[in-house]
Ligand binder design. Structure first.
Ligand code: MN
Length: 586
């Protein structure tokens, strides 16, 4: 990696960039790190060059690229923030200081890790570019992780899996998330990694061959409809996400339809839908697996049409259809939307609202800031736990009736939703309506549910809520409510006589309701929920039976025992209508 390579990249992406600034940053960093070596034996500057190159590649502005080059001078050389500020101005000094870790002496172990995160997120709240520099810094550290001692390898890889990869995802840089995970995977789960590679090697090759065949068929058909695809690529699933998925599918590779998917890139949105039509005319789609992320983008900005079809020889294949711009967005995430800002000025850019992204960005930063505030007094362990659950665990995205997106941890309930909107709404949350139907307050929400909270000013939080709430923020807010109530009660006690207090005490202990937890069973059809289901009367499968689904004319899934005679007969006649199904316990 060289500075020339970076400058070429910048020239290509952003001819109006401040090349002088980038060169000056390079000269300064090179001098500061002179004589320092990485564990690999390479000059230290190579590391910062890699970091800066990746920032240039996702089209970030000159200031950020310069800060990328300088990102380790405060932590690893004698340079002070003052000097940096004098030489390069406040913003660059801030960015570099933001990614620098704290001194090693003051904190140790988990506490040090947590203090570093607090500091990193505080800086990110003020300038989100801090986190992007940090992510690419981490990417290169992972690429050279084999030069570190084993203990450090594992620690860094685990932290990357748990925190940095989900961060990249939330910023919409899906490709970076996949890279971080795949680089960390062999260090954190070495045996599982080896096993997976052995298991999929042939499958990947075989699948690729098959897709070549499909590719030529689809190109011909598209041309007939006057669609010239810009590119058709077969895209193999990243190993780590494949491994995660396999764990949910009994380790059965045949159930993973997107092991290798075909990605079709076309000119515009209209052609995306036309292409979808062409594919569905050719091959029957699987019900419940057509996803229109163009009309309804994922909350991290991802756009594309997905469909899974019964392809040649009855094999099940996933297609992803998108425009070139959508493809770039998925690679560059939030940064793709800043591209124009250097020429036009960020404020003008935000005002015009050319895209939705800057608002999302601010929203994300707002959540981060709120969360930082709420966790201010948390112990190191609790902070990490909350970080993983509230911020980066598998998230679901649900909607307010107005269409605003609220992000919650998996299995979050209407109460979590209410607290995510506002403490007062949480505290007085009385009833919930999910997709226009009255729902229990403890009902786990699903992706893209529309949730409405009915408040009642006389309603108060119940201790029973602790049993089912999922987000740490709800927990903190409910606890705070009880604390305030207790304080108010103590005050009152100080001014009333003793007899009356005894009575009140009695009342509070009696009022506690006993609620039994009902286990609810649900069924996944081809890995999906949300498909209408009926249980076949001929064999009435129970929760213990192995099951399969038969897709009816009205697109419902009729659930049979896997060995049901009726099902077997149907399978002979219409094998494409039989789909795998599994019970999930909630
Ligand atoms: Mn670094």
């Amino acid at each position: 990696m060289t500075i020339e390579k970076i400058l070429d990249k910048v020239k290509e992406n952003n001819p109006k960039a401040n090349f002088d600034l980038i060169k000056r940053a390079y000269v300064f960093a090179e001098k500061a790190h002179q004589g320092q070596k990485r564990n690999s034996g390479e000059d230290y500057i190579i590391h910062t060059l890699h970091t800066a190159y990746n920032l240039a590649e996702i089209k970030l502005n000159s200031t950020t690229i310069a800060a990328g080059l300088l990102h380790d001078v405060l932590e690893d050389t004698e340079i002070t923030k003052k000097e940096l500020e004098k030489e390069f101005g406040k913003e660059i000094a801030f960015l570099v200081e933001g990614v620098s870790k704290l001194g090693k002496i003051k904190y140790r172990g988990t506490e040090r890790q947590v203090e570093n995160f607090r500091k990193l997120f505080l800086a990110t709240g003020k300038n989100i570019r801090v986190i992007l520099i940090r992510l690419f810094d981490r990417l290169h550290n992972l690429e050279t992780l084999n030069y570190q001692p084993p203990e450090k390898q594992k620690r860094i890889a685990l932290e990357s899996l748990e925190i940095y990869a989900p961060l990249a995802y939330r910023l919409g840089i899906g490709e970076l998330k996949g890279q971080i995970e795949d680089l960390s995977f062999p260090y954190v789960f070495p045996d599982e990694y080896k096993k997976l590679i052995n298991q999929v090697k042939d499958k990947y090759e075989e699948r690729e061959k098959y897709l070549k065949k499909i590719k030529s068929v689809i190109i011909k058909k598209l041309r007939k409809e006057d669609i010239q695809p810009i590119e058709i690529q077969s895209r193999s699933k990243h190993y780590y996400s494949l491994w995660q998925k396999l764990k949910r599918y009994d380790n059965d590779l045949d159930k993973i339809y997107d092991l290798v998917a075909l990605r079709i890139i076309v000119k515009d949105v209209e052609e995306c839908y036309q292409t979808l039509g062409v594919i569905h005319k050719l091959w029957k789609p699987l019900p419940g697996r057509i996803k229109d992320y163009i009309a309804l983008p994922k909350p991290n900005g991802y756009q594309s049409l997905h469909t899974t079809v019964f392809c040649i020889d009855g094999r099940i294949i996933e297609f992803q259809i998108k425009t070139k711009a959508m493809h770039k967005d998925a690679e560059f995430g939030i940064a793709a939307h800043w591209y124009y800002s250097e020429q036009k000025g960020l404020k003008a850019f935000l005002k015009k609202k050319i895209t939705k992204a800057p608002e999302d960005e601010l929203d994300w930063v707002k959540q981060l800031k709120d969360w930082q505030k709420e966790t201010k007094d948390f112990s190191a362990d609790r902070y990490l736990e909350s970080l993983k659950i509230d911020f980066f665990s598998n998230r679901i995205f649900v909607f307010t009736p107005k269409g605003d997106v609220i992000s919650l941890p998996e299995n979050a309930t209407p109460v979590d939703f209410a607290y995510a909107i506002h403490t007062d709404i949480g505290n007085h949350c009385h009833q919930a309506r999910v997709n226009n139907k009255i729902a229990r307050l403890e009902q786990p929400l699903q992706n893209s549910d529309i949730v409405e909270i009915i408040v009642n000013k006389n309603r108060k939080p119940s201790k029973d809520w602790f049993r089912f709430i999922k987000s740490g923020l709800s927990r903190t807010r409910i606890k705070r409510f009880f604390k305030t109530e207790l304080e108010a009660w103590r005050k009152k006690r100080a001014t009333t006589d003793k007899i009356r207090i005894r009575k009140e005490r009695k009342e509070t202990t009696v009022a506690k309701p006993q609620i039994t937890v009902k286990k609810k069973t649900k069924i996944l059809v081809a890995g999906q929920t949300g498909i209408s289901i009926n249980i076949a009367k001929c064999c009435s499968p129970s929760a213990k039976s192995q099951i399969k689904a038969y897709i009816t004319k009205s697109h419902e899934a009729s659930i049979h025992k896997a060995d049901c005679e009726n099902l077997k007969r149907a399978q002979k006649k219409w094998p494409q209508k039989i789909i795998e199904a599994t019970w999930i316990e909630k």
